[in-house]
Design a protein around this ligand. Structure first.
Ligand SMILES: Cc1cc2nc3c(=O)[nH]c(=O)nc-3n(C[C@H](O)[C@H](O)[C@H](O)COP(=O)(O)O)c2cc1C
Length: 170
């Protein structure tokens, strides 16, 4: 065909949601940085939304989900757990979507990696695809309090890499 031909795959814009909970603003700052990184990848529509405004069923509309939570007692905050528990209503329909997670905590060793892993664990149980990072924060971006320069880079990188993966998968 000539170059006016656009395949169905090419014209279908991929969708990525960044969903977060934040009581004092640190995780929200991370979410905005992740969104900035994701937005730098052309061909992916990025929505950033508070978990309180994201009914679980909406997850079905996206090709990828990045979930951010503050670390609460070494795990995710209640509203994020509520979202994941609510997703049981469509268990089996999330297969092959891309997932990633990030967390803000108060202390080094305060459980931000266990928080991320708890979120990724639920994503894996859904049959979602999760990419680690060999060079940066291995499981997902972690911040102590408000994001510093290092965290800013990790968050943007996480958004960019996740959007890139979303684009590569059918
Ligand atoms: C209920 C509660 C539990 C917390 N548990 C932990 C914890 O286990 N480890 C830690 O390092 N920080 C803990 N923190 C601190 C928060 O994770 C930290 O302040 C975070 O940056 C808050 O994110 P936010 O500004 O997005 O709300 C806790 C805070 C609250 C309110």
């Amino acid at each position: 065909m000539n170059n006016l031909y656009i395949s169905k795959k090419e014209c279908m814009m991929k969708k990525l949601a960044i969903i977060y909970y934040s009581r004092t603003g640190n995780t929200e700052k991370m979410a905005r940085l992740v969104a900035e990184g994701a937005g730098s990848e052309p061909g992916v529509e990025v929505d950033i939304v508070k978990v309180e405004d994201f009914p679980a069923k909406k997850a079905l509309e996206y090709d990828g989900l990045i979930i951010g939570s503050p670390t609460y007692y070494g795990s995710m905050a209640g509203p994020v757990k509520e979202l994941l528990d609510g997703s049981v209503a469509f268990h089996g329909q999330m297969e092959g979507k891309v997932g990633a997670a990030f967390s803000s905590a108060a202390n080094i060793g305060g459980g931000n990696e266990t928080t991320i892993n708890d979120i990724l664990n639920a994503m894996l149980i859904h049959g979602m695809i999760v990419q680690g990072n060999s060079q940066g924060d291995h499981y997902g971006p972690v911040s102590i309090g408000s994001p510093d320069a290092r965290v800013k880079k990790q968050c943007k990188e996480c958004g960019r890499r996740t959007a890139g993966l979303v684009k590569r998968l059918d």
